[in-house]
Write a protein of this length. Structure first.
Lengths: 143, 428
């Protein structure tokens, strides 16, 4: 098997550790020798996904999977889910509380940013159950 | 001793006789560039960014920097000293700048040239040219700290285009001094030796192996520690030449914030200490610092006043320099002068004209599928290692230990802790 898989648990409301997972993922990709522009895209997308779990969810996990052709990030949480995914994809739409916004988060750019940073992006969510996001970035030929 | 045949030159070296193998330096190295081998803390040359953290921490003073010695003055017909501005913070407050500069000259130089001119020019060019050009990537990152630049090459290659493409104050001063002196004295450029008196290990490296320029105009680098003693003997306030042209701003320049502050903008960020610089660069790389115009990252605590080759404590030096700055005039370059400086930058005389390339020394293998295999092996090994990063095996962390084995760089060392009874109990 040439694939590699890492699982990171992300706690809700843990703003002190928030960002650790995306940092670890970035470091891993750096060690693998992935092109730095791809690393940047993945880390921005992962950071957004991680912050979403911290701010909005009841907790969840981020999984990094690497094959020689693709990098795949899967972010899943245990709820409460997004009521209207289409609306959430709109830039500037946010359900974050004022408190969270004061801290500089919840600008309503999370999902749109993740999409921008990925080659394939998919978000599914069911209310009360949780949200499941897949971000894929292809490695350029010759990498 | 350090292997001088390495392709990449670094100036931090190990004095083996003094090293007791205590692992202190292993832990503080921000790039994990040190391994204990046969009980001695050896440096992996390509990973060393010359930040000097190991020099500072070593209780036995076994780490130092290669610098030139005073004999280098004999190689030239005319010699110019450029002391780092940090020098002004190394003496008691009753010693004036002119007295210090006179003492430097008496060490054996024909002339002393201050670095202040370089700081003035950089501020003027960044403020009046770079910050006014929206095509230049933001945040603009200062090019002054060579350890920060080398860190960016290794860990933040995406930020290389953000580095201000202007030379350092010392290099600018060296260029101006050499050209002026050649005109004044008739000596050729080769006959004039410009010697930098350095608080900085990384600056030593960058004069031999410059980043962003083809060749440095600095011909030699003396450690401030070495020159300090010679200067002390020469201090004498009876016969003092009035030499200083320093301004308030130039004296504050080597102190954290001294580069950002005179730019007259609100959204600059000044950070010191290599680990804090790493953390903030992480944020910048992830686009988290919206609207940041200028980033001043200094590897040493306090800025250059905290350089590993200084004598005085950085906080004491800082307070002295602030006090000295109060007696100096404000910088007051006129419009014409600034225009001429920007022109000099555009012509390339004080500009970084060569690309600064990324250096992927952190990668496991050049081939990505091999990298993945190696990473899988590391992951497996880590399951079996204690994870306490004790350093006894010679690697700074358990992960580094596993990496070394997978990369084939470690064939002899084993994990002692793994077999210890107390550890096994702990794990169970």
């Amino acid at each position: 098997m040439e694939d590699i898989k890492y699982v990171f648990e992300v706690e809700k409301d843990d703003f002190v550790r928030a960002g650790e997972t995306s940092s670890k993922i970035k470091k891993t990709l750096r060690e693998l020798g992935i092109d730095s522009s791809i690393i940047r895209k993945i880390s921005i997308a992962t950071y957004e996904a991680e912050m979403n779990i911290v701010i909005h969810s009841l907790g969840g996990q981020i999984v990094l999977e690497i094959t020689p052709g693709t990098i795949k990030i899967t972010a899943s949480d245990r709820g409460p889910g997004i009521a209207d995914v289409e609306l959430a994809m709109k830039e500037g739409y946010s359900t974050a509380s004022d408190r969270v916004r004061e801290m500089g988060f919840g600008a309503g750019m999370g999902l749109p940013n993740m999409k921008k940073c990925s080659d394939r992006f998919c978000v599914t969510s069911s209310e009360g159950k949780g949200t499941y996001i897949v971000i894929e970035v292809d490695l350029k030929a010759g990498e | 001793m350090n292997d001088m045949n390495e392709k990449y030159f670094h100036s931090v070296v190990l004095n083996e006789d003094r090293c007791v193998g205590c692992t202190s330096c292993l832990k503080v190295c921000p790039t994990e560039a040190i391994r204990l081998k046969e009980g001695k803390a050896r440096i992996i040359g390509e990973k060393c960014i010359d930040c000097g953290e190991c020099i500072r921490i070593c209780p036995n003073h076994a780490k130092s920097a290669v610098t030139d010695n005073i004999g280098i003055l004999k190689k030239y017909k005319y010699t110019i000293a450029i002391p780092s501005l940090v020098l002004y913070g190394q003496f008691r407050s009753n010693v004036g700048i002119n007295e210090m500069l006179t003492a430097v000259k008496k060490v054996g130089f024909d002339e002393v040239y201050e670095a202040s001119i370089g700081t003035e020019i950089i501020t003027n060019v960044v403020k009046n040219h770079m910050l006014k050009d929206n095509k230049i990537k933001r945040p603009i990152i200062n090019s002054t700290c060579p350890a920060t630049l080398r860190l960016i090459q290794i860990r933040f290659p995406e930020l290389l285009p953000n580095i201000a493409d202007i030379e350092t104050p010392i290099e600018i001063a060296a260029r101006l001094a050499k050209v002026e002196t050649a005109k004044k004295t008739g000596f050729s450029m080769d006959e004039i030796g410009v010697v930098f008196i350095s608080p900085c290990t990384a600056r030593m490296t960058s004069s031999r192996n410059p980043l962003g320029i083809e060749k440095s105009y600095i011909d030699g680098v003396l450690s401030m520690k070495d020159v300090y003693g010679m200067m002390l003997r020469n201090l004498n306030n009876d016969k003092v030449d009035v030499m200083t042209r320093s301004t308030k701003e130039s004296l504050l320049w080597p102190i954290t914030g001294g580069q950002g502050e005179p730019l007259g903008i609100e959204n600059y960020l000044a950070v010191d200490g290599i680990n804090e610089v790493i953390k903030v660069l992480e944020e910048i790389e992830m686009d988290k610092l919206d609207g940041l115009e200028f980033f001043e990252g200094m590897a040493c605590v306090g800025g250059c006043v905290g350089g590993p080759l200084t004598i005085e404590n950085p906080f004491i030096a800082r307070s002295r320099m602030k006090a000295l700055s109060k007696g100096l005039p404000n910088s007051a370059a006129g419009e014409e002068e600034i225009k001429a400086q920007i022109e000099m930058y555009k012509e390339g005389f004080i500009r970084l004209t060569e690309p600064i390339e990324p250096r992927a020394v952190m990668r496991l293998d050049d081939d990505i599928s091999k990298s993945i295999k190696k990473m899988e092996m590391i992951k497996e090994m880590l399951k079996d290692l204690p994870g306490i990063d004790c350093g006894v095996c010679g690697a700074p962390t358990c992960k580094a230990f596993a990496e070394d084995i997978v990369k084939g760089n470690n064939r002899d060392e084993v994990c002692m802790v793994k077999s210890m009874k107390s550890f096994n109990n702990g794990k169970a």
